[in-house]
Design a protein. Structure first.
Length: 176
């Protein structure tokens, strides 16, 4: 059982590092743009359609990185690295400079809560779709849960989603 947990931890760190590097590479290639939720609640979906599956519900004031803009939908970057979609009537483009909290203990608390959310994602996906027999569905379900649970952490700790990568990188560098 110890080897299995060690392997899960290594795979988790590899996937986290890889998704962070992909996100940073995209960010380095263009200036980041952001949208702020203007509706009381806003459904973020898996595709640009009101009938597409609901990924997460954002709150007024939440800020997300904008990847692209279509006629009726914004494409957003969330925690999973997957492209998510938000109807344009629910948000507006803004100028925003992500700032991590000055208090390092709060940054650590956010990182630990995000790591706990990640563990919850893996455990819940493993229970619902055992990876030995349904690995593809397990990984897909993890992606869905990752956006949901990590946004819950950001709401609970009053942090904006765009600081996620910066806090995670700092935590990796400082071995928090």
């Amino acid at each position: 059982m110890g080897i299995q947990n060690t392997m899960k931890t290594l795979v988790h760190r590899f996937l986290l590092t890889g998704s962070l590097l992909l996100g940073l590479t995209g960010s380095a290639l263009s200036a980041n743009q952001y949208v702020e939720i203007t509706a009381y609640r806003a459904n973020i979906r898996s595709a640009p359609s009101p009938s597409a599956s609901l990924v997460v519900t954002a709150h007024r004031g939440d800020i997300f990185e904008l990847l692209d803009e279509g006629k009726e939908w914004y494409q957003l970057h969330l925690f999973s690295g997957e492209v998510r979609h938000l109807h344009k009537s629910l948000a507006k483009q803004i100028s925003y400079q992500p700032e991590v909290p000055e208090d390092s203990s709060l940054r650590r608390e956010i990182l630990h809560a995000l790591n706990e959310a990640e563990e919850r994602v893996i455990q819940e996906a493993d229970r619902r779709f055992p990876p030995d027999s349904r690995l593809g569905r397990n990984l897909q379900y993890q992606t869905q849960l990752r956006d949901k649970y990590k946004l819950e952490v950001m709401h609970r700790l009053d942090a904006q989603p765009p600081v996620y990568r910066r806090i995670t990188i700092e935590g990796l560098q400082k071995s928090w």
